[in-house]
Design a protein around this ligand. Structure first.
Ligand code: SF4
Length: 404
């Protein structure tokens, strides 16, 4: 067994830190040991569990570490989970796993940094160093004491470029002499983004095929679960954490399917796309709570803010109830997936530049040619489906009569 100490207990909860990886290296545990030795079976099982939790819950549980042995399992389970994710080799799984690890680290950091002790600043300093962020603690007048951290605006921009919420825009921040002021919680949110990027950047690892094959007893379940979830989602009956059901997502326009798919996969989605999907789902009768569930996978999910925004779009805050944007507006904001007409008049395959590269690969169909609004697409598609159903029934009846 590896020799553990207090520092190791700490890094076992933040296994993506360089210190954790060095710790494992120095412990003398080899890759071969981790993959084959009976002594590490619990670490392997916990590694598999990490991936399952990411798939099912969208987060990775942080256990209470009571012993060195437990810390060792937790620490070693992380590299093993990364090997499993790499062997499965699914891009969506990579994003989901990275996001789940990052989210769970964020929750743990919030918990660890809420004590107000010097350990509070220690954790922030440690993570800042890890990700190369210059950070400074500020003592502000009483009324502003919640803004406790400041960082150079260059670093701020580097880590917030993927955060879509308006509050992260530099114009909405307090900026003094090149330093951006933040609350501790906001800084931790930036750290979550940095963790996510780091985990995602390194995956999938280049794991030899033969090694992956030898781990098929671990990866088979993951593949199956991934497939079940994918089918359920495509079927419309799946939304990771809630069992959310929508009326008939098979009739959703491709633009809305693309945005939902990105949200499900933890991809950062622009504000205009969030507005479009929220308004669309409200218009077809989903409740605010059901829509909030969908956003739970988003990297910058904040329940309070999301609720406020959904209620605002729904008109619950005394504002007007918004209608989903038209196809023209969707196109203007780069949220339509209909191929563009090239100069020669032929259709260019591919998605809108804003949706391209986010993992979703939807494309418009003939129905898109007949409508000017995503809601009209949905209604027309429902009608077509009902008609197909009725025709199917009468064909069956006719066949039965002929046979009779
Ligand atoms: S044409 Fe309209 S319905 Fe079709 S993908 Fe574009 S915005 Fe959506």
């Amino acid at each position: 067994m590896m020799e553990m100490h207090a520092g190791a207990l700490h890094i076992s909860l933040y296994p993506f830190l360089a210190a954790a990886s060095n710790y494992v290296k120095e412990s003398g545990v080899t890759l071969d040991d981790l993959i084959t030795a009976a002594a590490f079976e619990r670490a392997r099982l916990r590694g598999k569990e990490r991936v399952h939790e990411a798939l099912k819950e969208g987060t990775v549980r942080k256990p209470v570490i009571m012993s060195d042995a437990q810390a060792e399992i937790e620490l070693l389970s992380y590299p093993f989970a990364r090997i499993l994710v790499s062997c499965v080799g699914d891009e969506r799984l990579v994003r989901r796993y990275a996001l789940s690890e990052a989210k769970s680290a964020y929750e743990k950091l919030k918990e660890d940094s809420s004590t107000g002790s010097s350990a509070d600043t220690d954790i922030i300093n440690e993570l800042s160093r890890e990700f190369g962020i210059r950070v400074d603690f500020v003592r502000l007048p009483h009324e502003q004491e919640r803004e406790r951290v400041q960082l150079p605006f260059v670093d701020y921009l580097r880590f917030t470029s993927t955060l879509r919420d308006k509050r992260w825009k530099l114009v909405n921040r307090r900026l003094e002499k090149g330093w951006v002021k933040l609350r501790t919680g906001e800084f931790l949110r930036i750290i979550q983004e940095a963790i996510y990027e780091r985990i995602k950047r390194d995956l999938p690892l280049d794991v030899p095929k033969a090694l992956c094959e030898s781990l098929s007893s671990y990866t088979e379940d993951i593949r199956q679960e991934l497939e079940v979830l994918r089918k359920k989602y495509d079927d419309g009956s799946f939304e990771p954490s809630s069992g959310f059901r929508v009326r008939d997502p098979r009739c959703f326009p491709p633009c809305i399917t693309a945005i939902l798919s990105n949200l499900r996969d933890g991809v950062n989605v622009p504000h205009s796309a969030r507005f479009a999907v929220t308004a669309f789902l409200l218009n077809i009768g989903l409740t605010g709570d059901e829509i909030i569930e969908i956003y739970k996978n988003a990297p910058d999910f904040d329940e309070e803010r999301t609720r406020y925004q959904v209620e605002h779009i729904a008109g619950d805050k005394g504002s007007v109830r918004y209608t989903a944007p038209s196809c023209d507006t969707m196109r203007t904001y780069g949220n339509c997936v209909k191929p563009l007409l090239s100069l020669s008049g032929s259709r260019e395959r591919g998605q809108s530049p804003r949706l391209r590269g986010r993992g979703a690969e939807p494309h418009s169909d003939d129905v898109c040619e007949k409508i000017t609004h995503p809601l009209s697409y949905y209604k027309l598609k429902l009608k077509m489906k009902r008609k197909e159903g009725q025709e199917g029934k009468s064909t069956k009846r006719e066949t039965a009569t002929t046979k009779g």
